[in-house]
Design a protein around this ligand. Sequence first.
Ligand code: ATP
Ligand code: MG
Length: 392
Amino acid sequence: MQEIILVKYGEMALKGLNKKTFEDVLLKNIKRRLKSLGSFDYAKAQSTIYIKPLSDDADMDTAMERLGKVFGIAALCRAAACEKSFEAICERSVDYLEEVLSYAKTFKVTAKRADKSFPMKSPEICAQLGGVLLEMFPNLSVDVKEPEVTVTVEIRDTHAYIHAENLKGAGGLPVGTSGKAMLLLSGGIDSPVAGYMMAKRGVHITAIHYVSPPYTSDRARLKVEELCQKITDYCGSIAFFCVPFTEIQEAIRNNCPEEYFTIIMRRLMMEIAQRICEKEQCMALITGESVGQVASQTMNALMCTDAVCRIPVFRPLIGMDKTEIIEIARKIDTFETSIQPYEDCCTVFTPRHPKVRPKLEDVEAAQSCFDFSALIDEAVRKTEVKVFNLEV
Ligand code: ATP
Ligand code: MG
């Protein structure tokens, strides 16, 4: 008989009245990920989702791999299904768990009896199945405190389920349960990680990227699109806005004092992002900034950037070291793409001596050398949008 997948929710299980909404979004996200792998039946009970394949050819390995990237799942495992009789449970346990039990030294059995009509009580199932397994696998001894393997038997309405693994899930909250925010996505290492981290908190990500052709190349833009595609594994579909930024950057270069180029550019990026946020109902901005990483990320510079922001700016990497950020970038498989050497609009017209501790009034005075409003309107008007979907 078949195998099923058990998915346990994490933090969501603690949500009181809202729990149903969270569960529904999680289920929808799971279904979308598994749609191309076969047809499945889904059942919910006690902070667990039971995913049962409806045909023998469902691709369970890929299903597990995809589910491992779904936020809102604390743990997941594959389980063997069998008929609800003690004999069938024993036989299936020996057969299904043979490999793990042959190599382990210690184990214990736990039982959950959702179907109270099953004739044996949980302690009895544990004791008797434990006895059978000890006999079959002489290498094993029982350790109830710290067993290497915990064999779990669940007696549910139609079947009994047996499993021994418990893989850690992606954690967090289901994407879509915390509203929508706009990620300023560059081709670097940091911003894809920032997007991943906010998606983990249930935020639906929309991305914005600024390009300055001919100073930045098509290849640089394609790299960012590739990053956007990669993070859909975790974030789900992402609408990607690409803003033509050349004229604005040239206007800054031609009209403003050089040491303020970068900070003015960042303020204008924020202005444009907020204009698009209004249209897209995004409630916050997200960047990959971290205190002190570069001149535009000192506290003074961040304050000058935030002064033009009317909505919150989330900076999930703010207190992280580059090595910690890289570790996550590797885990989510964006690192190798991020380190490809293509220019970003932030690296064209960089001042030789940027102001490390800019004062807001000086930045405002420097920016007022030119009226950017017409150029901002035009950049917003010429922004192109493209949607990246989960690759399934
Ligand atoms: P990253 O590794 O993400 O590129 P960084 O350390 O290179 O970050 P900056 O170039 O100063 O830092 O950019 C800081 C943040 O500004 C980025 O994390 C990103 O959120 C945003 N950003 C920078 N360049 C762009 C761009 N061309 N389009 C959109 N957002 C950008
Ligand atoms: Mg960058």
